[in-house]
Design a protein around this ligand. Sequence first.
Ligand code: CS2
Length: 480
Amino acid sequence: MERLSTESLAALADDVTTPGYDRSVVRPGILHLGLGAFHRAHQAVYTDTALRLGGGDWGIVGVCMRGDSVARQLRPQDLLYSVWSRGADEDQLRVIGALTSVIVAPDEPAALNAAFTDPGIRIVTLTVTEKGYCLDGDALDTELPAVRADLAAPDAASTTIGILARGLAARHASGGAPLTVISCDNLAENGSRLARALRSYAAIAYPHLLDWLDSSVRFPCSMVDRIVPAMDEAGRERQEQRLGLRDEAAVATEPFTQWIVENDFAAGAPDWAAAGVRLVADIRPYEAIKLRLLNAAHSAIAYTGLLAGLETVADVMTDIRLRDFIERLMRDELAPALAAPPGFDLDAYREQLLQRFANPHLHHRCAQIAMDGTEKIRQRWLPTLASLPADSLLLRALAAWCHYVLCTDLALEDPRSATLLQLRNSDAPLASRLADLLACLGLPAGYEPERQALLLYYCQSLSADGPDALLATPKFTHEE
Ligand code: CS2
């Protein structure tokens, strides 16, 4: 099948939306770090809409932070790719033209440096996942080997914080044009955390940068939302049939999309508001709702689903008992712990989430969401857990994660996987392995004995009865 490209665009069926603006005149204005499927289905789509509606020099320079696979997919296609959004009553295919160039960070440091120093670049956005921020709680984890290596040789930095700091130092040295840096990852107060991490790093590696960071660089927080499953070959083939062209960089997603950004820009922005972005003064209530309801439920679906041998989120939603567990978790524990901003209908949002999770067109694998649990659980579960009585449904979800890590041989991907695997394979009693595992979530040693006892009880019950153990009324009573 012919490949998607500028030339082959004309061959597309009428129901496929194409960029509709002259890409050849768009100059870059945004540098994006982390050119994965999520960016391509989210921020790049908003920018594409803004370009279509109002023009402007807001093309995106997309940076592959590690390997070159996405660059190899996009370059032969003139950096075009398609986004297929499907739901109960929508089936839309759209080709996005917002990318103006692609850089592979490890291979092309000079190009990356040139992008950072280009005054035409006025915004840097990031989607590097939670672990990309190298945080320990709120602060930069200067004990991480990768951070230590970067601090010892900042010119050869490989972490996101190190690469960003090096780029900002170069920009400062070449005139210091103001810049807005927007984190688009699922972290509470993502902009503030990023700014803090960067300042800690710069204080050691580039101390002369600190005043300029304060005066000329803004770090608005942002809340991003769109479910974008990882693409596989079967998905690419489905998309090829629908598109009528081969698209190696194809992205499949849901119709729902949301982006809320704090209105705090150093040097302008595309007309994102016209494209549907909400600009607000305070992001916190929105991000709490998203992280502690959508993402919290997602993680619970992922671990219980994996333990039940189910493959996708939609599969879990068709399992009556697990769906009931997730619904109760959301309705009785996650939602009541949240404060909705005025005019926000939390019940409607929760109902809509259930429909989004059940979308049969999204092949969203539990294993994808299960990744990086030690990072995600801190953000998604721990704040709510602290406000709940000891034996909660959320504690049982946590037990599902503990069981998955300690008592199964299911694949494990996590920034702390060396420690997790050591705990999985250790001969120590389950209770002590559990206590060590909780420390990986940043919980203090001796974390609430009653909860630990319950977690142990549920882990053992999961071994005996499978996921049904989470649904049953507990037989366990804690002895005072
Ligand atoms: C998911 C998120 O993989 C995960 O951890 O919970 O990527 C989720 O799909 C998005 O945040 C939805 O906006």
